[in-house]
Write a protein that binds this ligand. Structure first.
Ligand code: MG
Length: 156
């Protein structure tokens, strides 16, 4: 089964920027109830979507104090648990982050490793790509960051 996920977070000065479980140097960070890891959020929605298990809003309500400032990698581990409890396993994940800055290339390997570890996967099965929005739209104006992900999940 294939699942798709999409997420956006607003950017603001004085906030931290965490992507793929890696804290990045940036003048702008994401505004969010959790740590605002837009990439991990998109991946979680793709994983849940593959098994038609709803979305992260259902599993991690942002009204809930438990998820205030939450480490999204811990949430991803929880999603992996849910999938294993369904008698299924993750085959692979592919994703794209859309942002103007900072450049993600030097951090992609560390991000892949963090996500792969949370999903008990070989790093080769986790793909992360990055692109800018060519200065167009809300991403181009650095008002936000978007991420898209797809995942394949199969029953054991
Ligand atoms: Mg989110």
């Amino acid at each position: 089964m294939i699942g798709f996920g999409y997420d956006v977070h607003r950017l603001a000065p004085g906030e931290s920027l965490v992507l793929g479980g890696v804290m990045l140097e940036s003048k702008l960070g994401t505004v969010a109830h959790s740590d605002g890891d837009v990439l991990v959020h998109a991946i979680m929605d793709a994983l849940l979507g593959a098994l038609a298990l709803g979305d992260i809003g259902l599993h991690f309500p942002d009204t809930h104090p438990e998820w205030k400032g939450a480490d999204s990698i811990a949430m991803l581990k929880r999603v992996h648990h849910i999938i294993r409890n369904e008698g299924a396993h993750v085959v692979n994940v592919d994703s794209t982050v859309v942002l103007e800055a900072p450049r993600l290339r030097p951090h992609i390997e560390a991000m892949r490793e963090r996500i792969a570890e949370a999903l008990a996967l070989d790093t080769k099965r986790v793909s992360i790509k990055a692109t800018t929005s060519e200065r167009l739209g809300f991403v181009g104006r650095e008002e936000g960051i978007a991420a898209y992900a797809i995942a394949q999940v199969e029953y054991d």
